[in-house]
Ligand binder design. Structure first.
Ligand code: ASP
Length: 339
């Protein structure tokens, strides 16, 4: 059997950055990145494209669509894909691609680095080698490969801003590891359906992190100007009840106007359970809001963008939201569908 053919898609990030007058900026193309790791040509045959050169702070859902489109265009031709990307919003892009490209039989691997590839001490080369090892492995689906860990695209989160161990898998085990070039796969997510590409997102999904004493007006503003609002509340979840301004009423008005509201938690691990406390159960019982359970906020945002590009009908939105895609949600309990 011949070598696997892999497409490397460059998008920028620290991995491709060089020091400019005002700090690090992405300069290197995907082809230039590969010159630092010539040994990768022993693993597979590689073609390169450079879609854009951005610090991932500047990457928006429209860029996810462009990445997905290039993968779709090369899907017949390549055995796998590596997307080199800034780490700051990589987990969002990984989630976005997980909904735009569903049931992929081929590996789609995002990677990047905390230190530029030209530095003496850098994680870039190892992350690239590991990403190509996974892309040439015949594994399936959208994954993020970083510091030896293989994480489902819907479960990744950047949890360290400086260390090489930058990403964690939230509420789900890592899929595998790459150690000294050897792939160890722990989980084989099953996919019996056909690969399906989507070409649209509704980017008007807002995120509000609650803080003690937050004014209800912020929530009203966000609901007014967006199709959906994700509220990162406290603990297992709930909305504050203050004497001034009713969050409950504001959410109800948004829902009445056809907006989608999802309650999730700002606690990293174990997810939400609105049924536990009065501050959560009253809203869950009386209003057709959705609950994120064990999903990451990154996945919730991307999933809503995908769903709302297909339908705004409340029951259909709820059904799609609670349908597991790429292992994004497990703990939909009985009575979880409230709509
Ligand atoms: N600011 C950079 C980016 O996200 C950080 C990185 O790549 O590590 O593009």
């Amino acid at each position: 059997m011949g070598k696997k053919r892999i497409l490397l898609i460059g998008t920028g990030g620290t991995i491709a950055s060089e020091m400019g007058d005002n700090g690090l900026e992405p300069e290197l193309t995907s082809r230039q990145l590969l010159r630092y790791v010539p040994d990768i040509s022993g693993i597979c045959e590689i073609d390169c494209i450079q879609l854009f050169s951005l610090d991932s702070t500047n990457i928006r859902p429209e860029h996810w669509l462009r990445i997905a489109k290039s993968i779709q265009e090369g899907y017949g031709q390549y055995d796998g894909f590596v997307v080199s990307h800034g780490t700051d919003t990589m987990a969002y892009t990984a989630a976005g691609l997980s909904y735009l490209i569903q049931n992929s039989l081929k590996p789609i691997v995002l990677t990047g680095a905390q230190k530029p590839i030209g530095y003496d001490t850098t994680d870039s080369k190892q992350n690239l080698r590991d990403a190509f090892t996974v892309a040439a492995s015949g594994m399936s689906g959208v994954m993020l490969v970083f510091n030896g860990k293989i994480i489902m695209g819907t479960r990744a989160r950047k949890t360290h801003s400086k260390s090489f161990e930058a990403f964690s898998s939230i509420n789900y085990p890592i899929v595998g590891m790459v150690q000294d070039g050897r792939l160890i796969q722990y989980i084989r997510p099953e996919s019996k359906a056909n690969t399906k590409f989507y070409e649209a997102l509704d980017a008007k999904v807002a995120l509000l992190k609650l803080a003690p004493g937050i004014e209800c007006g912020v929530l009203e503003y966000l609901l007014e100007h967006n199709s959906a609002l994700v509220i990162e509340s406290f603990g297992v979840g709930g909305l504050p009840v203050y004497e001034t301004g009713s969050f409950y009423e504001a959410v109800k008005r948004g829902l009445d106007a056809g907006k989608t509201v999802v309650l999730t938690t700002q606690v990293e691990n174990e997810g939400s359970d609105l049924s536990v406390y009065h501050v959560g159960s009253s809203i869950k019982r009386n209003l057709p809001i959705l609950e994120a359970y064990d999903m990451t906020t990154e996945a919730v945002l991307a999933k809503l963008m995908w769903i709302l590009s297909l339908t705004t009908e409340r029951n259909e939105v709820a059904e799609l939201f609670y349908t597991p895609i790429a292992c994004d949600i497990i703990s939909v309990l009985e009575g979880g569908m409230n709509g």
